[in-house]
Design a protein around this ligand. Structure first.
Ligand code: ATP
Ligand code: MG
Length: 476
C-alpha cells in the first residue's frame, strides 16, 4: 500500500513552510501592534461547543465537521473554526473577570473542514484571527477590521477589496428570515438539495450557496437593508464613518451574510485576486457576534472577530511574487577540507551558531564542488572554508557566495570578523530588523495620491515578529 496524506490535507515544507511561518509572524506582530494577546485553544473541543443544541444551521457545523467519539464515548470535534472555541475558553476560564477588558485575543493554527478540496480549499488549513470581546461599540468593530487590513498591507498586499454589510440585530434577522422564506418558497423547486434544507433551517444560509443558478435566484431576494432596525442602521453607519475617517475603502455588499449563525450587525470579508486573475476565494471573513458568549454559558457580552486563511494569503503572495525576496537561506556553510579537520570544523560550526549565525556543515569530507553546490542549495550567504593549513595558522577563508569575494579571517576574532563581513554585505539588515529586500516592505515610498492606498500605511512589522532570522541577528 502507498501511504498518502488524508485527502484534502497537505504537507507543508521547504519554502512553503518558511513562507507560511513568515506570513504568520507578520500577522502576529501586527496583532501585537494593536495590543491583542495570543490565545492557544485546543484543537479538539466537545462537539456541543460548535453545534450548541440545534443552534447552528451553517454548512460548516452541519456538514463539514470532523466529529467522532473518543475512547470515553464523548463526541468531540476537530475545530472547524476558532471563534466558538475561543469563546468557550473565555467562559471556562472566566477571563472576563480576570483579564483586562475588552479581551483582545489573537490565534493562529489549524482548522479542519470536510469539504471538497480545490484551489485554496483544504480539509486541514491554517487560520489566523482575532476576537475582541466585552465592549459593544462600532469603534471596536472598526478596530478589528482595520487590524485585518493592516495585517495584509504589512505583508505587501496593495490591492484589497473590503466587502462589508450589516445583518442587523435579532429582531431584524427574524423579520428578514420571514421575507426570505416567502421569496425562496416561490423558487425552491429550481434550487439545489442543500437549499431545500436551508430554507427549512435558516433561509439566510441560502445566500451563501455557491451553486451558480441558486446565486442568480438569490440576487432577486429581498435585501436586509430594507429590514434593519434603526439601532442597527445607526451602528452600521457609525462603523462606516470611522472607516471613512481613516481612509479605508470598502464596498457595501448586501448579499454578504457570512457562513456562521452567531454573527449579528456588521459582517465583512476581504478579497484579492492574483495579478493573473487567480481567485483563491475570500482571504478573510469576520463580523460582530451578539449572543455567542451567553450561549456558551458566559455573561451577556458581545464580540467581534475575523479569521484569515493562511494558505490563501500565502497562495496569493506566492503568485504575485510578494515572497520572492523572503530569505530562507542560512548565513554560513562551513566547509571542511579533508577528513582530518572534520572534528575541528564541527566544533567551529557550533561556535558560529553560538555567535548567532545560522550555519551548516556537511559532517563528512566532501569534494569542494559538492560543498559549494550544497551551500548554494541551502541559500548560504557565505562559505567558511578550513583545511589543515588554515587550522594550524588559526585562520579560515571567508567567501561571499554572491560576490565571490574571498578573504582570510582570524579565528581568534571570529565574531568580529563575521559581523564586519555581514554588515558590509547586508548593511540594511540590522536597523529596524527589516532590510529593503524583505518582502512586505514597499520598495518605493507609498504614494499618497494613490486612491487604492487609502490612508493605511504600508510598513514592516518584522522588527516585532518572531521572524527567526531577525531574532538570531539580535544575539550578535
Ligand atoms: P469560503 O466562502 O471560501 O468557503 P468561509 O466563509 O467558509 O470561506 P470562514 O469560515 O470565514 O470561511 O473562514 C475564514 C477564512 O478561512 C476564509 O476567508 C478562508 O480564507 C479560510 N478558509 C475557509 N475554509 C477554508 C478551506 N477549506 N481551506 C483553506 N482556507 C479556508
Ligand atoms: Mg466555506
Amino acid at each position: 500500500m502507498d501511504y498518502v496524506s488524508v485527502k484534502g490535507m497537505h504537507d507543508i515544507y521547504g519554502n512553503e513552510a518558511a513562507g507560511m511561518a513568515y506570513v504568520a509572524s507578520i500577522l502576529k506582530a501586527t496583532a501585537e501592534l494593536y495590543a491583542y494577546r495570543e490565545i492557544v485553544p485546543p484543537v479538539l473541543e466537545y462537539t456541543e461547543v460548535f453545534s450548541r443544541g440545534t443552534g447552528e444551521s451553517s454548512d460548516i457545523v452541519r456538514k463539514e465537521m470532523y466529529t467522532f467519539n473518543d475512547k470515553g464515548d464523548r463526541s468531540v470535534t476537530l475545530r472547524p473554526e476558532f471563534t466558538a472555541g475561543v469563546v468557550r475558553a473565555v467562559v471556562s476560564n472566566k477571563m472576563y473577570a480576570t483579564e483586562e477588558m475588552p479581551l483582545k485575543l489573537y490565534y493562529c493554527g489549524p482548522a479542519f473542514r470536510y469539504e471538497r478540496p480545490q484551489l485554496g480549499r483544504y480539509r486541514q488549513f491554517n487560520q489566523f484571527g482575532v476576537e475582541e470581546i466585552g465592549q459593544d461599540s462600532a469603534r471596536v468593530d472598526a478596530e478589528c477590521i482595520i487590524m485585518a487590513m493592516q495585517g495584509l498591507y504589512m505583508l505587501g498586499f496593495k490591492k484589497l477589496s473590503l466587502k462589508i454589510n450589516t445583518i442587523g440585530d435579532e429582531e431584524t434577522r427574524a423579520k428578514y428570515r420571514e421575507a426570505l422564506k416567502t421569496y425562496f418558497a416561490g423558487h425552491i423547486d429550481e434550487m439545489c438539495d442543500d437549499c431545500h434544507e436551508r430554507l427549512k433551517l435558516n433561509p439566510m444560509r441560502i445566500l451563501d450557496c455557491k451553486v451558480e443558478r441558486d446565486q442568480k435566484i438569490a440576487e432577486g431576494a429581498p435585501k436586509i437593508k430594507d429590514y434593519l432596525s434603526e439601532a442597527s442602521e445607526k451602528r452600521f453607519y457609525e462603523t462606516l464613518s470611522i472607516l471613512n475617517d481613516l481612509g479605508v475603502e470598502y464596498e457595501l455588499d448586501d448579499s454578504l451574510v457570512r457562513g456562521l449563525d452567531y454573527y449579528s450587525e456588521v459582517v465583512f470579508e476581504v478579497h484579492a485576486l492574483a495579478k493573473d486573475g487567480t481567485d483563491y476565494g475570500a482571504l478573510c471573513g469576520g463580523g460582530h457576534y451578539g449572543g455567542l458568549v451567553k450561549e456558551l454559558g458566559g455573561p451577556d457580552l458581545v464580540g467581534v472577530g475575523f479569521a484569515m486563511g493562511l494558505e490563501r494569503v500565502y497562495g496569493l503572495m506566492e503568485k504575485d511574487g510578494l515572497l520572492a525576496n523572503l530569505d530562507t537561506g542560512i548565513d554560513l556553510y562551513v566547509m571542511p577540507v579533508g577528513e582530518n579537520v572534520l572534528n575541528d570544523v564541527f566544533t567551529l560550526t557550533e561556535e558560529v551558531r553560538q555567535l548567532g549565525y545560522s550555519a551548516d556543515t556537511p559532517l563528512a569530507a566532501l569534494k569542494m564542488g559538492t560543498m559549494f553546490k550544497k551551500a548554494e542549495r541551502r541559500g548560504a550567504k557565505f562559505a567558511l572554508i578550513l583545511g589543515e593549513d588554515e587550522l594550524n595558522k588559526g585562520v579560515a577563508q571567508l567567501k561571499n557566495l554572491k560576490t565571490k569575494e574571498q578573504s582570510e579571517i582570524s579565528l581568534k576574532d571570529l565574531g568580529e570578523e563575521l559581523d564586519k563581513a555581514f554588515d558590509k554585505a547586508y548593511p540594511n539588515e540590522d536597523d529596524d530588523g527589516c532590510g529593503t529586500e524583505e518582502p512586505g516592505k514597499a520598495t518605493e515610498a507609498p504614494d499618497p495620491e494613490d486612491p487604492e492606498a487609502g490612508l493605511m500605511k504600508e510598513g514592516c512589522a518584522c522588527s516585532d515578529a518572531d521572524f527567526g532570522k531577525e531574532e538570531e541577528k539580535g544575539k550578535k
